[in-house]
Write a new protein. Structure first.
Length: 318
């Protein structure tokens, strides 16, 4: 088990919590220049109020229709609501105990910048000292084919990876960010893959201090061969870190490029009651306790190891 520096763990914990927020439909509320505490307060009207479920159900059905998602049964909607309620509790409790996190201010919301929410969902959070954390949400409703093209090596850089990098560069330029600002780039699931891609390929990659991957997949051998041509490729790898649940199964898809010593695993804290719940191993809050902190650091679990071996075998057949 790799040694995890307490300061690095704290930074990653805060970034993971910000990624949790990305799955709570914050586009439903006014968030421009809000700090995290205010955002959580407003989200309470959905996730912590007597009529919260009715409000959630109405907005959820509307959003699914606009994004081309299947709504599912009433039971499915209630299950989704319960999942969001846990996320809300995790972030709310973290804000109550972490003033630094609570005072972070949201900005550069992709959905307010003309990006299609079927694809890119990203924003930034800035702390009181001006340091910035970029967050990329996981797979949008229109990105599944993009995932397949990337993992199969049909494209060494996909449309959605490029769009994520262009968003990063646009935000850098619009805000005048420079080397005097601490910048962390992060993402969950496909968002983690986008963060990794941007960290390696962006023309502003020298401004990135750390890249945090939360359960995001790796890359095809063809893509990695392209990356290796950069003179600073090894330098880019050294600032990349992976923080995953012990049984998380997506981060092992494709070839992992994050250095082995920079990979950390945590005990699953989300309740797993039956086989259907196994998908929850990939949930953004899976390895977070309800107080918002990481679960106990542990060795990687059998499910994670199995999926890596399965992925390697699949790649060998291509």
């Amino acid at each position: 088990m790799n040694n995890l520096d307490p300061n690095l763990k704290s930074e990653a914990n805060e970034a993971r919590l910000l990624n949790v927020l990305m799955y709570m439909d914050i586009d439903w509320i006014k968030t421009e220049d809000y700090n995290l505490s205010k955002i959580v307060y407003d989200l309470g009207s959905f996730y912590d109020s007597p009529k919260g479920y009715e409000r959630f159900r109405e907005e959820y059905i509307r959003k699914c229709a606009s994004l081309g998602r299947i709504v599912g049964s009433e039971e499915d909607i209630k299950s989704e609501y319960e999942n969001r309620q846990r996320m809300y509790t995790v972030v709310k409790n973290a804000c109550e105990s972490n003033e630094h996190l609570a005072n972070m201010t949201i900005g550069n919301q992709s959905w307010n910048m003309g990006y299609d929410m079927k694809g890119l969902n990203a924003c930034t959070f800035t702390d009181v000292d001006g340091n910035v954390i970029f967050t990329y949400r996981g797979t949008g409703s229109g990105e599944w084919i993009d995932n397949g093209k990337g993992l199969a090596g049909l494209e060494t850089e996909t449309k959605q990876q490029i769009e994520a990098m262009e968003y990063f560069e646009k935000v850098i330029e619009l805000n005048g960010y420079n080397e005097n600002i601490g910048i962390i780039i992060s993402g969950h699931s496909k968002g983690g893959n986008k963060a990794q891609y941007t960290n390696i390929n962006s023309k502003y990659r020298n401004l990135i201090d750390k890249c945090f991957n939360f359960d995001g997949q790796g890359f095809s051998p063809e893509a990695i061969s392209k990356f290796e041509k950069y003179e600073d490729y090894e330098e880019s790898l050294r600032r990349m870190y992976s923080f995953c649940g012990e049984s998380e199964f997506v981060n092992n898809l494709g070839r992992i490029i994050i250095p082995e010593e920079n990979r950390f695993y945590f005990r699953t804290e989300i309740p797993i009651k039956n086989f259907k719940d196994y998908m929850k191993f990939h949930f953004v809050d899976a390895c977070l306790k309800e107080d918002g902190t990481f679960g106990e650091q542990v060795e990687r679990g059998a499910i994670s190891i199995f999926t890596e071996r399965l992925s390697e075998h699949s790649l060998s057949l291509l």
